[in-house]
Design a protein around this ligand. Structure first.
Ligand code: ADP
Length: 321
C-alpha cells in the first residue's frame, strides 16, 4: 500500500503538487493521468525518493518513506522509463540481473529468474539471454526494461510513460504483456500516461490530475459514466475519439429531434436511457415512443440520421473555423 497524506511539492515558491491525498492499494494497477505539466512524474518520483517532497507524509506499508534506507527502498521498487536505459554492451541476461547481482543472488537463482521472466513474455530464453541489447528492436528493449524492473521481485513497479515512444502495434503488445505480468506476479503498479485509452485499458483505478491536484479517482467505468467535473469531461472528450459524454434520449429531444404526433411505435424508452440504447432500438424498429412527464414523444429512425448529420456538420464547421 502507498499512501500520500497531504503531500505538497514546491519548487522555489511554486507548488507543482498540492494537498495530495491518495491511497494506492497493494496489488493494484494504478494509473496517473493528466495533461503535460500536471505533476504526474513528480508524484511518481516522490514514491522512490528521486524527488524530495516539501510537505506531508508518504507511507509505504505503514512506514514513512523518510524512515526507509534509500538503498532498501530503491531495490524494492522497480522503475521503467520512456527511454529505457539498458547497457548496450551487456547481454540481455546481464541487464536483467543488475539488481539481483547487487543483492548478491546466486548465479543459479539469477539464471532461473531470467528464464522465467523471458518465458513470461514469450521470448525464447536460449535465443535472447546472450544477445547484446544494442541488437534488439525498440519494442524488445522496452520489454527487457520491464523485465529488469521485475527481476529482483520488488513489491512496487513505477512506470513513467513507458510505451509512448513505440509504434501502436508494439505498444499494444507491450500493454498486453504488462497486464499479464502484473497478474502473474501480483505487483503494485503505478503507471503514468497522458493517453486516456491506455489508462482505460490498463488501470484498475485511474487518477485524473490537473495542475498538481486530483480532479477524480475511480475505475474507468466510474469516470466514463460520471466525470466529476468539466475538466474531466473535457479531458475524456479530447482523449477518446468515441467518447460522447453522458448523452441520453433527453439530449436528443432537447435538440428537437422528435415529433408529438402520435405515431405507430414498436418500442418504448425513457428520457434517461442512453444514446446507445436509442441507437440500438432504432436499428431494430422504425419508430419508438419516449415516456416524459407530460405527453409522450416519438422518435423515428430518420430523425436519428438527421441528428448525426447535424453533428457531422457542426464538427466540420468547427474544423474550418
Ligand atoms: P507531468 O509529469 O504531468 O508532465 P511534471 O511532474 O513533470 O508533470 O511537472 C509538473 C510541474 O513541475 C511542471 O510545471 C514542471 O515545469 C515543474 N517542474 C518539474 N521539475 C522541476 C524542477 N526541477 N524545477 C522547477 N520546476 C519543475
Amino acid at each position: 500500500m502507498i499512501r500520500f497524506e497531504n503531500i505538497t511539492k514546491r519548487y522555489n515558491d511554486t507548488a507543482v503538487v498540492s494537498d495530495f491525498n491518495l491511497v494506492i492499494n497493494k496489488g493494484e494497477f494504478f494509473v496517473l493521468i493528466g495533461p503535460s505539466g500536471s505533476g504526474k512524474t513528480t508524484t511518481l518520483k516522490m514514491i522512490n525518493k528521486l524527488i524530495k517532497l516539501s510537505e506531508g507524509t508518504l507511507f509505504i506499508e505503514e512506514k514513512k518513506i523518510s524512515e526507509y534506507d534509500i538503498q532498501e527502498l530503491r531495490w524494492n521498487i522497480g522503475y521503467v522509463l520512456q527511454q529505457i536505459a539498458l547497457f548496450p554492451n551487456m547481454t540481455v541476461e546481464e541487464n536483467i540481473t543488475i539488481v539481483p547481482e547487487m543483492k548478491k543472488w546466486s548465479k543459479e537463482d539469477m539464471h532461473n529468474r531470467v528464464t522465467e521472466l523471458l518465458e513470461s513474455v514469450d521470448l525464447d530464453p536460449e535465443k535472447y539471454r546472450g544477445r547484446k541489447t544494442s541488437e534488439l528492436s525498440g519494442g524488445e528493449q522496452q520489454r527487457i526494461g520491464v523485465l529488469r524492473a521485475l527481476a529482483a521481485d520488488p513489491d512496487i513497479i513505477l512506470m513513467d510513460e513507458p510505451f509512448s515512444a513505440l509504434d501502436p502495434i508494439t505498444r499494444n503488445s507491450l500493454q498486453q504483456d504488462v497486464m499479464k505480468l502484473q497478474r502473474k506476479f501480483k505487483k503494485t503498479v503505478v503507471f503514468v500516461t497522458h493517453d486516456m485509452q491506455e489508462a482505460i485499458q490498463l488501470g484498475d483505478r485511474i487518477c485524473v490530475m490537473n495542475q498538481g491536484r486530483i480532479e477524480q479517482v475511480g475505475t474507468a467505468d466510474e469516470i466514463l459514466k460520471k466525470p466529476a467535473n468539466d475538466f474531466v469531461e473535457e479531458f475524456l472528450r479530447t482523449g477518446l475519439p468515441y467518447y460522447d459524454g453522458e448523452k441520453t434520449v433527453k439530449t436528443f429531444i432537447e435538440k428537437g429531434f422528435y415529433t408529438k404526433d402520435e405515431s405507430f411505435f414498436e418500442e418504448t424508452l425513457n428520457l434517461s436511457d442512453s444514446l446507445d440504447d436509442l441507437i440500438l432500438a432504432l436499428a431494430r424498429v422504425n419508430t419508438l415512443k419516449v415516456i416524459t412527464d407530460k405527453e409522450p414523444l416519438y422518435i423515428s429512425r430518420e430523425q436519428l440520421i438527421h441528428y448525426f448529420a447535424d453533428d457531422i456538420d457542426a464538427k466540420e464547421q468547427e474544423e474550418k473555423a
